[in-house]
Design a protein around this ligand. Structure first.
Ligand SMILES: N[C@@H](CCC(=O)N[C@@H](CS)C(=O)NCC(=O)O)C(=O)O
Length: 211
């Protein structure tokens, strides 16, 4: 049996921990959860830096192997527990796999004004009525443009089958959906459908507001 521990964080607001937990759930792997209080104490930080080097959560421990960075974690899981014995996280098709990585890197390196005005606390917690700044509106327009180019009207996933990029894209879209910001209907339907996946619901069940 796999000896896996996911280190998460106590606010449950991290999009990166969300990504790693959904990846483990989609792989249907048994794992332990270690919830690190945030902000981390200097002692805990130093301890996690000794093993995972970067010392930021999420961290996946697999026996003696310690990996941080959400995308490195899902790629490690995909390669350590490959298909067909385990469900896929990344598309089998190389062009689609590259596209999935492209989307996930875009979501990690862009849209900072949107992330600031529509933080994950407004998705996992209470929505906000704060108007978006012009920069956040421009980010939202770019997100809708990118998502519309990738998701066909009526499609449930980016590609024929679900992949982990669907989860990341959905969390970004949910920043608009949850706050009732304008968004094309087919993208709302896509995001709401993705949000209802068992793996996502398993994450949401940990939220303090879920009890
Ligand atoms: N790029 C990283 C981001 C990780 C990150 O920023 N983690 C935050 C929580 S969201 C953290 O550990 N903060 C505590 C600290 O830096 O001490 C990833 O994708 O995993």
């Amino acid at each position: 049996m796999a000896d896996l521990t996911l280190y998460g964080e106590s606010t449950w607001m991290s999009p990166w921990v969300f990504h790693a937990l959904v990846a483990l759930e989609e792989k249907k792997l048994p794992y332990k959860l270690d919830v690190v209080p945030i902000p981390m104490t200097p002692e805990r930080k130093a301890e996690l830096q000794k093993t995972s080097i970067l010392g930021k959560v999420p961290i996946l421990q697999h026996g003696d192997v310690w990996i941080s960075e959400s995308l490195a974690i899902s790629e490690y899981l995909a390669e350590s527990f490959p298909s067909p014995a385990h469900p896929r996280l990344f598309p089998a098709n190389l062009a689609e796999r590259a596209r999935a990585r492209q989307v996930m890197l875009y979501l990690r390196t862009s849209l900072s004004a949107l992330r600031e005005d529509r933080p994950t606390s407004t998705v996992f917690g209470r929505p906000t009525i704060k108007p978006m700044s012009d920069k956040a509106k421009a980010d939202a327009a770019d997100l809708v443009r990118v998502a519309s180019a990738l998701i066909k009207d009526g499609a449930e996933n980016l590609f024929a089958e679900w992949c982990i990029a669907d989860t990341d894209l959905t969390l970004m879209l949910m920043r608009l959906v949850a706050n009732q910001d304008p968004m094309p209907q087919h993208l709302i339907k896509y995001a709401v459908g993705q949000w209802d996946r068992r793996s996502v619901r398993r994450y949401i069940a940990h939220l303090p507001t879920a009890h």
